[in-house]
Design a protein around this ligand. Structure first.
Ligand SMILES: NC(=O)c1ccc[n+]([C@@H]2O[C@H](COP(=O)([O-])OP(=O)(O)OC[C@H]3O[C@@H](n4cnc5c(N)ncnc54)[C@H](O)[C@@H]3O)[C@@H](O)[C@H]2O)c1
Length: 461
């Protein structure tokens, strides 16, 4: 799918990657660590930047456009997604495409993308893209899983206070003209215990915010994770549930977390405690939550995510969607929000920077760290004083003997450094070679391109 392209050396500013989230755990956004060089390095460019064509759909954030403009890429921008036939026509000659959740990049669409090198999903999810087919064609896909962590953590804090003070109910009553000034069972959150399940990007941010409000923080995680502040990790979920006034779920959707919160977990919670689920709709058994609220075991709950969610805005949150909807809606002190935990202007702008930087870094330098469908490979930059150096990017089928063939082709030159990794059927080799003349570049490209198991070849210099 990726085609030979003409190459030029250009001296433009190197893209700097922005770390947009922080967490003490080992899933920390590794992309921010992918260019570790401290001294200035040679700026690589894939080809004349004016020739790099990028199609941006669905009103991708301005922060991303700024990054691509700075690189001199040719940008075609659309506020909406495109009908499939138009998308097929436009994707034929672009090198990169940026989408959000509405554009479906199926095999049928991608098979027309003859020049495509990379796809950027300016959102969290990537199931709108046929990831496997893209990888088989040598197309890396990037997303932004952690840019909205802070937004979710802040909303959770707001919910803890709102539940504790029954503000949701008071607001609904006053909208209906009912003045109901009460203080019974309304509490300050200072001195109360928050139990966080899943101490990753969001859970750890929440931990810091909660302590600033004077809360005590416990957390439970399948990994041993260093505490922030004075939070304490507990070794069992039961201990956390027994001791917490507020329990907030921040686990990913996995087979282990599916319905991990049901009747036994509600029974283990303190009487009059609160549950918050801003993680995934598959994690909590909602009928069990309804029972716990009806029995008065829980004093309230906040739910942002549901087993079935409408595909678009409108009057779709009803019993047809989830059979228990009206029962849930009828309960007291329950905050229901339409999956807006991460929906802020700041998160959108951080997503633009994160995905925009990842795309630029992949196009210009071949760095695939953070790709969701592709082997993750990165090399430190080439030294400024290294003349006649070329970076070889070779994507190939993951079969025995390929590296022998490739290194044979490269062996007339000095291989300064190289790194290779595989993921499933696809492997990716990156090598910096020196002592390469401009005539060599053409023949190197032709030789590599003619190898049996090649998927795509690019040379950067
Ligand atoms: N409501 C929203 O709009 C919104 C926005 C962003 C993310 N999310 C969701 O929030 C959740 C957390 O996101 P994150 O970015 O913090 O993820 P993360 O990967 O950074 O952290 C998840 C943590 O959960 C832990 N974990 C995994 N399985 C566990 C288990 N069975 N028990 C206890 N801990 C477990 C992991 O070890 C990790 O530390 C995800 O489900 C994500 O999809 C929701």
């Amino acid at each position: 799918m990726s085609q030979p392209i003409s190459f030029l050396t250009q001296s433009l500013e190197k893209t700097t990657l922005t770390a947009v989230s922080a967490s003490p755990n080992n899933s920390y956004n590794a992309r921010s660590l992918s260019i570790p060089s401290l001294k200035p390095t040679k700026t690589l460019k894939p080809f004349s930047t004016g020739d790099v064509k990028i199609l941006l759909l669905e009103n991708v954030n301005q922060t991303a456009i700024n990054i691509f403009e700075k690189q001199g890429y040719q940008i075609e921008f659309h506020k909406t997604s495109l009908p499939e036939d138009e998308l097929i026509e436009k994707i034929k000659d672009v090198h990169a495409i940026g989408i959000r959740s509405k554009t479906k990049l199926t095999k049928n669409v991608l098979k027309h993308a003859k020049n495509l090198v990379v796809i950027g999903c300016f959102c969290i999810g990537t199931n709108q893209v046929d990831l496997e087919y893209a990888a088989d064609q040598g197309v890396a896909v990037f997303n932004s899983p952690f840019s909205n962590s802070r937004s979710v953590a802040e909303m959770t804090i707001a919910e803890i206070i709102t539940l504790s003070r029954q503000m949701g109910d008071r607001s609904i009553e006053l909208h209906q003209g009912i003045w109901n000034k009460v203080s019974a069972k309304c509490w300050e959150i200072r001195g109360k215990t928050l139990g966080i399940i899943g101490y990753g990007h969001i859970g750890s941010q929440l931990s810091v915010l909660a302590e600033a409000f004077g809360m005590n923080v416990l957390y439970y995680d399948v990994l041993m994770i260093m505490a922030l502040g004075t939070a304490k990790q507990v070794s069992t979920l039961e201990e956390l549930l027994n001791k917490s006034d507020f329990v907030s779920l921040h686990v990913p959707e996995t087979p282990d977390t599916k319905l991990m919160f049901g009747t036994p977990q509600f029974a283990a919670m303190k009487d009059g405690s609160y549950l918050i689920n801003n993680s995934r709709g598959s994690v909590v058994e909602i009928p069990a939550l309804i029972d716990a609220l009806k029995l008065g075991k829980l004093a309230g709950a906040a739910i942002d995510v549901y087993p079935q969610e409408p595909a678009k805005n409108g009057p779709f949150f009803n019993n047809e969607l989830n059979s228990w909807t009206s029962e849930l809606q009828s309960l007291k002190n329950i905050i229901l929000t339409p999956h807006i935990g991460g929906s802020t202007e700041e998160a959108q702008s951080a997503i633009g920077i994160e995905v925009g930087s990842a795309l630029t870094s992949y196009i210009n330098e071949g760095t695939s760290t953070g790709a969701v469908n592709f082997p993750e490979v990165a090399l430190r930059g080439l030294d400024l004083d290294q003349d006649n150096a070329v970076r070889v990017l070779y994507i190939h089928q993951n079969v025995p003997g390929v590296l022998k063939t490739v290194n044979n082709i490269l062996s007339d030159h000095n291989i300064e450094k190289q790194f290779s990794d595989s993921r499933g059927d696809v492997a990716y080799l990156m090598a910096d070679i020196s002592g390469v003349t401009s005539e060599d570049i053409k023949s190197l490209y032709e030789e590599l391109n003619a190898t049996q198991y090649k998927i795509a070849v690019r040379l950067l210099y």
